[in-house]
Write a protein that binds this ligand. Sequence first.
Ligand code: ADP
Length: 487
Amino acid sequence: AAIQAFSQHQWQAGPIVNGVTLDGEQHAITAPYNRAESVGQVAFSSASQVAQAIDVASEAYPEWSQVAASERGECLQRLADLLELHTGELVALCHREAGKTIQDSIDEIREAVDFCRFYGEQASSELASAKSIKSFDGSTKQLSYQGRGVFACISPWNFPLAIFLGQVSAALAAGNTVVAKPAEQTSLIAYRAIELMLEAGIPAGAIQLLPGTGAEVGATLTTDVRIAGVAFTGSTETAQRINRSLVARDCEAVPFIAETGGQNAMIVDSTALPEQVVRDVVRSAFASAGQRCSALRVLFVQADIADRIITLIKGAMAELSVGRPELHSTDVGPVIDIAAKEKLLTHIEALKSQSKLVAQAQLSDECKLGDFVAPTAFEISSIDILKNENFGPILHIVRFKANEIDQVVDQINHTGFGLTLGVHSRNERTYCRIEQRARVGNCYINRDQVGAVVGVQPFGGQGLSGTGPKAGGPHYLYRFTKDVLSA
Ligand code: ADP
């Protein structure tokens, strides 16, 4: 009922600087599942508003950094309470602006709440008081953690509330002030989140919002020398661009916390349970229309059982319901926008001419209204033909022989990405060996490979997939701090 109440609602958003919403060039936001459905309007930030936001955040830093860590933690707990109170609206907004299914939208809000509570709790318990450290000479020093200054938080559209608030809440909990740039596709939900932050008592100077494009607002923000650190989630290319500009700065090096793309694989040997494999493959590859950083892209299946697995995958894909994300019967909703759709369709067309099409799910008639891509599976000769991450519902299947498991892991490592890896095997020696040899952030054994659980299963990659430390893990918050030793 709460979602129904917001089914026609129009949201407005714009830059928020010092608690005030500013004007700017207006952009219409429409629903990914139906481009005729307006969701609202957002004003993008100008270059002078970016500078103004950094001015305000810089001025506010000394005061916010002196607020007791436990009090900063309490602000984040109040924010979590408010997110829970407004779950209905936020679920509707996430569903309509990002095109997520209702279940994905509920999970999204839950994860955002968890991040605020987790980093809020860490601030209250771990940063609140200095720790006594014994030196080699027998003397005792006090170790405390403080903020670093103004943090830029740059977030993607695929988890428009959870990742956005994950970054921002960690930066604030650590004692920084924040200038946040949400993805251009999902500014409305970010704007609502900032309104709730102000309501939760986070001072207006501590949190600024700058909607806009990456090329304009993002680049202006990350090249400003007053930025004391950057938290980023998005594509590997953008991370590399930001990293280069931070390294080229003619001033102090600053922390860069990046979570980026993957070329995630799953390895299935002949001892695996086929029915379980297929359930987990379909969920890992096609849930959220394949638009999760963790999603499965390349399934390596041992030749002895490949035909059986492929037959089951075909059957499961024929059952997938692709369509309007507000229906509980829908398995796969739209992709984020027309640009994403076209890129994925180009990849599908290219593969059709050089690989074997295994299966393609049906699109219902209503899919014509929005940006939908039919879940598609191909059999390919080698992972090497995949140069980039294909961020959508496309699965690539590669067969391997029983004695080739080590080579398979090496090929996966050779991509340079290292985010997630799934393994299905009932042979303990096999899966332990794979887990040890693979260079990935998260390895999932005999289960689906979607999902991170804040505080329980931290998430993040290595190599081209990110710098770490893992979000939702014990060390993430500390990357936003500087440690200070005093007598
Ligand atoms: P995707 O391809 O998934 O949209 P991006 O890396 O382009 O991934 O986007 C992730 C975030 O990075 C978005 O908020 C986007 O606006 C921002 N961004 C894109 N380009 C730049 C850039 N040159 N500098 C800073 N931020 C950028």
